[in-house]
Ligand binder design. Structure first.
Ligand code: ADP
Ligand code: MG
Length: 379
């Protein structure tokens, strides 16, 4: 038979476009939660309380004590590409917030029932707004779409219900609620380690005690100890490494945030520093636990993971794996955060050289530690 002629090209409906885009950003309850935690941190919250029902599929609620959202902004809050964090393309290169695209709340509103209750310090009451498909919908059927005044504390509470109710394939691709809850706890735990000055709690609806609970002013090591246990924490080594030449790599010293200059051609765009807390030869896990933060973003990188694993060659027995928390600060001008829809990958300049420096410093510390251990045994 003759081949069929070309089919006509048609424009997709806006609602279809948006639901497809939402699917790229929100894969599962834990990815929605990651976006919401990042929003709370961007809003300066020092307390983040998470409540979950049915692995986050029935309910995912996050309450923060951050800046709140101005009432006037509520009508466009869940529209795609509405953000308070970026205005020009060049802002991307000095980005200090997690968010920048204004896509998270929009995406969530396309695949769930989204409710926002928020209060700024200057508001006299809180405001409640309900969203569907990027727009306000009435809080109660038959009433207007306007946000309604209600009681509430300073900050924002976001409630996501019935996630993926309208995308059945996505829903059926999810694991059971206990596996989804495990992933949620993993995200909360990692952000809690990286933000020891913020109090995190996470619990299931109807259970009295939280599964994660951290105080609001601890240190990274205290947070690791609290969340991963004393057995692991007592075997931790620590190195700080930076691009500063001549200051001795791998020597423990305070890491300071990178000073940003206004001059875009400044050589300092190459400046970086890193802090790592990692287990020594006495600790053996079955699978590597890697908490990798690049400019405070929780990211994944198989290249970095391999390089870090290699640092343990000859230190750990075959089949044994370490715990590594690595926080890398790079001048935002040399990082591209816009390479992955979930922002879980970033690209940066001199990646290989930087990673090598860090892995070398870790290896030096590990070898030094195993030498001193041998030495101890000999005396
Ligand atoms: P982005 O974070 O990329 O700006 P989002 O869709 O995640 O996009 O959020 C849109 C906007 O809503 C943010 O820019 C911010 O102004 C506001 N917002 C969202 N969550 C919060 C929150 N928890 N507290 C204060 N403001 C928030
Ligand atoms: Mg965001």
């Amino acid at each position: 038979p003759p081949p069929p002629g070309p089919r006509p090209i048609r424009r997709l409906q806006e609602s279809v476009i948006n639901r497809i885009a939402a699917g790229e950003i929100i894969h599962r309850p834990a990815s929605a939660l990651k976006e919401l935690i990042e929003n709370s941190l961007d809003a300066g919250a020092t307390s983040i309380k998470i409540t979950v029902k049915d692995g986050g599929m029935k309910l995912l609620q996050i309450q923060d004590n951050g800046s709140g959202i101005r009432k006037d902004d509520l009508p466009i809050l869940a529209e795609r590409f509405t953000t308070s964090k970026l205005s020009t393309f060049s802002d991307l290169k000095r980005l200090t917030t997690y968010g920048f695209r204004g896509e998270a709340l929009a995406s969530i509103s396309y695949v769930s029932n989204l409710t926002v209750v928020t209060k700024t310090k200057t508001d006299t009451c809180a405001w409640k707004a309900v969203y569907a498909d990027g727009a306000l919908v009435p809080v109660k059927p038959g009433t207007s779409k306007d946000p309604k005044p209600c009681a509430g504390n300073d900050g924002t509470t976001i409630t996501v219900e019935n996630l993926f109710y309208n995308t059945p394939t996505r829903l059926s691709a999810l694991r059971g609620s206990s596996e989804e809850y495990t992933r949620i706890l993993d995200v909360v735990t990692k952000y809690a380690v990286h933000n020891p000055h913020v109090s995190f709690t996470c619990k299931k609806v109807g259970t009295p005690s939280p599964d994660v609970s951290t105080p609001s002013s601890s240190t990274t090591v205290q947070a690791i100890q609290l969340l991963y246990g004393q057995t692991l924490a007592k075997e931790l080594l620590n190195v700080s490494v930076s691009s500063d030449k001549g200051k001795g790599k791998g020597k423990a010293r305070a890491t300071s945030p990178i000073q940003l200059s206004d001059d875009d051609n400044d050589e300092d765009a190459e400046a970086w520093n890193a802090e790592a807390h990692f287990t020594n030869a006495n600790y053996q896990a079955k699978k590597m636990v890697l908490l990798l933060f690049i400019n405070h973003r929780l990211v994944e990188s198989s290249r970095i993971k391999k390089a870090l694993e290699a640092a343990y060659n000859g230190v750990l027995a075959k089949g044994a794996s370490p715990f590594v928390y690595l926080s890398l600060h790079i001048d935002p001008r040399s990082v591209d955060v816009n390479v992955h829809p979930t922002k879980k990958e970033v690209h940066f300049l001199n990646e290989d050289a930087i990673i090598e420096r860090i892995a070398d410093a870790m290896q030096e510390a590990l070898i030094g530690q195993s030498h001193s251990r041998t030495f101890e045994y000999q005396t």
